[in-house]
Design a protein around this ligand. Sequence first.
Ligand code: ADP
Length: 652
Amino acid sequence: MEQHIETHRFQAETQQLLHLMIHSLYTNKEIFLRELISNASDALDKLRFEYLTHPELKKDNETLEIRLEVDKERRTLTIHDNGIGMNKQEVIKNIGTIAHSGTKEMLSNLKGSDNQELSNTLIGQFGVGFYSSFMVADRVTLLTRRAGEEEATRWESTGDGTYQISEAIRPTHGTSVTLHLKEADPENKLDDYADTWQLKRIVKRYSDFVSFPIRCKEERDIPKRDDEGNEVDDEYETTVEEVTFNSMKPLWTRRESELQKDELSEFYKHIAHDWRPALTHLLLKVEGSLEYQALLFLPSEPPQDLYYYGAERGLQLYVRRVLIMERCQELLPSYLRFVRGVVDSADLPLNVSRELLQQDRHITQIRKYLTRKLLDKLKEMKEAEDNAEYLKFWKAFGRAIKEGLAEDFEHRDRIADLLLFQSSADPEKLVSLREYTERMKDGQEAIYYLTGESREVVEHSPHLEAFKAKGVEVLYLIDAIDEIMVQHLTEYKDKKLQSVGKGEIDLGTDEEKEKAEKERKEKQKEVAPLLDKIKDKLSKHIKEVRLSSRLTNSPVCLVGNEHDHSANFERLLNQSQSRKLPKQKRIMELNPQHPIFLQLEKRYQANTEDPSVGDYAEILLGYALLAEGSELHDPHRFNQLVASMMERSLSA
Ligand code: ADP
């Protein structure tokens, strides 16, 4: 039969990656083996999972395993697995293109540059899968057969931009990747990967925890024996024996003291596909009526899709060492979706389905326990003498944690204890609610905050003036999610959270408050006709005009009632929705001590019909909007008013 060989071209990005591999000066070339073993292990996991639903595929006496085979003469190394395998379409799709968005992004950073450092980062930390074999081989052949199908496929490439595909014969399912090794070149850190001792070393280093045996024929010199079976002194013969290189002991079944740093970090890379080291880990073992183990990791950086609703997330779920779900969402609440790791349960059925999981009592219990342990761990990190690690965590995942206040009522207090905010106290330091309450002033009843677009905007807001003057600390809530957060977090340890932009504000001792309030009420009665006039003029936007107790330097500000949305919230909603919400009417507060108010009052007393009073009212409204970071209702009108006022005062 004539063999039909097709030639295909690699996708552009793949070509780029291959070019990088072939010309790589990356010193740690041995990681190719980790990548190929990791692929083989994934393929075995997939097959084991498929057996759960298609038990008829399973053959008796079949051991799922990875085998390394060396041919010293031909200088080849083959990585065999009897996993799920691929059919022709899958080979073209999986081996010809790059699926990982992360790799693609890294590549686009590299475009056109010969940045060796960047490419080393890409290779070393991110791991570049199958293609890394081209660092050590100048030709790679792959022979594969999908479980449950008859035909096998052969794929071959020298990494030059094209690959060849043909039909082939393979007696059983699985994949064999054969590397035609380059000559060893110690000067360029190219070890001899046809040497089984090297292979053993590399497997131990990177893949010891792989849960399938990684077997290899090893040559050994054993003492020679005579016909009676006695050892002959100083004489040896070489035998070949197949041995297993890895211990296969899953990390999560070990004790904390048995976990080695390197191994943990390799394991994290393997399960999380994250090239950056994890921030920290948490090993949990639960024994009793419900038995399970978990090994969880906090990544050091957020994934790009952390806030993307449809993104896949969840921990790996094993049942008695068998991986049954790559991404099991049910094991953690959504606000902890950034946590990576594995849970291995002894009590779930192997064929557990997604639907079952959602109602499973065990899963609910596991989720509760993991959540509590994670929150405890975070608290411990936060309260550590050196909390640098927590600050890093907070920067990466603080926003997600805040979602927990709305999502997880049961743990609300625990979550509240993890929050950190900017505040008026120290621009360099974040403050927790506990620290805030510990330094509250005598007589201060509420935890004050102001929401806004940025520290810059909030810091200059007129709403803060009285607080600054009295030295009362105000939290700056400048994260978009903070607006939602304060709807759910209304108190902390019996102290109310109160916006300085809402309601009436009284600061000082009870006596001071009473006195100030009395004075303000009297004054307000006195100037009521002016306030009414301003309100009439601005009635489209303003529902009340009153004298303020929160201003010291500014003439005016806008506030809301206790339950009104803040201006910032309106701004955010309108950003995210195409149909604009109708604007809420606000309350205008005037500073009774300010010269502008005093002069305005004089002018009004002189002539209650003076039309300029209305113009000034409009300008004051514009001023107040700009001061809090809101948009003007009518910028053109505002400019006209300011210009004509300047004209008048210049010609006066
Ligand atoms: P990654 O493993 O990060 O997805 P690779 O380039 O290493 O990237 O592999 C691409 C894809 O090729 C894998 O996701 C898998 O679908 C398939 N593949 C690779 N090696 C094997 C194998 N030994 N058995 C089955 N499929 C494999």
